[in-house]
Ligand binder design. Structure first.
Ligand SMILES: [Zn+2]
Length: 317
């Protein structure tokens, strides 16, 4: 995560401190206690604001509907001084992916300062090493994706809550769990947003504070802003064949043939990508194949495959 954008905001040191605190909570999804710990930490922090002491009903820590793990989402609404339905929402997820990819540094992954100090000993692409040596970047699990966005949104909301005179619309933050897993947090939040809309809020914009992926070296190139969003569908294919010993190959039908055929048909074909506004969205791509058989050992090298699950995520407008 590049720190310069933080420096352009109102309270860079506060944002950095909050970011380090959020990263220190290992909210690897799904982990009910730790994901709850992040939203409760943010709720407790926002509860100090005078507007939420006056109107505690505008600071909502709510169970995620349909989540058997009992996780929670946070919605905090700062109202404009002149009553209005207009509302801008800043949103983000508070969970992260696991740290296996961090290898021997995994025990440090939730301490962003220590991780940044240590990571120079590891192999990394030249561009990443340039970033590290510039001293302008912070490394660690969840720093970029996306506790920095959560920290910025929280701090912006706090500043607006303390100086609401210029506010012409309401401003809210919405923080959800489980984005890196099954998106139960945002799916549950949709019902909340619909209810609040029925009760009178009008949404002008929703700003997702996820990191952006820019192309280029300069700050301007890297600081991309996306308008709109791309959805995703995950079609699953269950390819069933009939396993056979290689000595009797034609007694069976190798399910791997089906998956290969599907790969050739679907993988990366731009004609299958959705299009919007003259642009093609991400083409379909295959998730790793999981063979249901055979088991390792002799069977793996002597028997054809009986069945295979496949999944192709595809973007949609
Ligand atoms: Zn993310």
């Amino acid at each position: 995560m590049l720190m310069n954008p933080v420096a352009r905001t109102m309270r860079p040191e506060d944002i950095r401190r909050l970011l380090l605190d959020l990263v220190a909570i290992p909210s690897v999804s799904p982990h009910a206690d730790n994901e709850r710990a992040v939203v409760r930490y943010l709720r407790d922090r926002l509860a100090f604001l005078p507007c939420f002491q006056e109107h505690p009903e505008d600071l909502m820590l709510l169970p995620v509907e349909g989540d058997q793990l009992g996780r929670e989402l946070l919605f905090a609404l700062v109202r404009a001084p002149v009553t209005t339905a207009d509302t801008v929402i800043m949103t983000g997820h508070i969970d992260v992916v696991d740290v296996r990819v961090c290898g021997p540094l995994a025990p440090l992954a939730f301490d962003a300062v220590a991780y940044t100090d240590a990571i120079g000993t590891m192999q990394m692409p030249a561009s990443a090493r340039r970033d590290l040596e510039s001293g302008q970047w912070l490394f660690g699990r969840g720093v970029a994706d996306m506790k920095c966005g959560v920290a910025v949104a929280t701090t912006v909301l706090e500043d607006l809550a303390r100086n609401p005179a210029q506010l012409q619309s309401n401003v809210a933050v919405l923080f959800v769990p489980d984005e890196e897993n099954s998106s139960l947090g945002m799916l549950g939040a949709v019902r909340l947003l619909a209810r609040l809309q029925d009760e009178g809020l009008r949404y002008l914009a929703i700003i997702n504070t996820e990191p952006s992926i820019g192309i280029g070296d300069s700050m301007e190139d890297l600081a991309s802003v996306y308008t709109g969003s791309a959805g995703k569908i995950n079609p699953f294919f269950y390819c069933v064949g009939r396993e056979a010993h290689l000595g009797e190959y034609y007694e069976g039908f190798n399910a791997a043939v089906l998956t290969t055929w599907l790969n050739l048909l679907l993988e990366g074909d731009p004609a299958l990508a959705d299009r919007a506004g003259g642009e093609a969205l991400t083409p379909s791509a295959r998730f790793p194949i999981t063979a249901t058989s055979p088991a390792p050992s002799c069977q793996a090298s002597c028997w054809t495959t009986s069945a295979v699950w496949l999944c192709w995520p595809s973007a949609g407008p």
